[in-house]
Design a protein. Sequence first.
Length: 382
Amino acid sequence: MSESTTAATTGPARASEARPTTGRGRRARARPPRRAAVYTAAAAAAGGLLLALPFYLDRFWLQAGLLAMAAAIGAIGLNLLTGATGQLSLGHSFFLAVGAYGYCVLAGDRDGELAGLGLPGWLAVTGAVALAGLAGGLFSPIAGRLRGAYLGIATLALVFVGQHVLLNAHDLTGGYNGRPVPPLSLFGITFDDTETVVAAVPFQSMEKLWYAGLVLLAVCAFFAHGVLRDRPGRALNAIRDHRIAAGVMGVPVARQRAGVFVLSSMYAGLAGVLLALVFQQTVPEYFGIVLALEYLAMIVIGGLGSVSGAVTGAVFVTLLPQILTRYSEALPLVSAPGTGGVAPGEMSRYLYGAAIVAIVLFLPGGLVRLAARRGHTQKDEA
């Protein structure tokens, strides 16, 4: 009696196990490993291409790429603050200035009226990032309690305060004309225009900085990706979606907001250091309200709350004016300033302003959402 009952009970299960799997089921099980292999191969190909670009591109495009890397690092930090936590910040350029000028003061030697400590390069970079984090920490009590437009206005005040300090603290900043940026020396390599020969290939400042920028961007993106996917990221998203409910669930709202503001400031400080090394001269005018608005454009165009979205938006916003400047003679309505057309810088702002409007209306998730939709479409067709 028990054997027949067992057979009756297990028979259908065994029959279902023995039933041949349909083609659709096989494809469903085989697709994730295949997609992972495709993504890995694509990432490896992209990495190989980025490593090989300095051998083929001239100085103009290498500099443009480095500016995009620096912007991507800063945009990742702003996306942690605005995209993941929902805190509006209009003062990101202030923390970039703290990083850039902090590196100049820490790494430079005293030259006439300009102050300098002459620290080693790695220590100067670390100290500049720490100074930006300290500035964010001093402002974090305000950031932890304000939200929305009120926080945006408070951070906007940082930009005006920063501009006043940069223009008047001549001993530290050099005033209106700025100050030269000391080259970075690391592991016996000086990142200036002196040639460094590796495997019979000469490398100058842009080539050497290219690989340093790739390493910094990869580390920053990996760390931010881990933050967003782990428990801190879930807490930040909970604060963004419903602040009161997050507090009821035990999330320390004010402390989390203050912490992510400090982290975002440190990302901006590192981006400022890389910008200073690329430009080789710091100018106060660059770190104004226009730069802060450009960073907001980056994360909106690329996609809020996403590391890949921050990188995509930074590349779009940074390279667009460079491309327009490079090919202004061949483009309609675009020409050099004073020649009757629209200047490349103004045209670029018109274009990514139009891109923001189009994305807000038709693609709220940014450019990365468009790529995700294409991936889902191809999955459904398969």
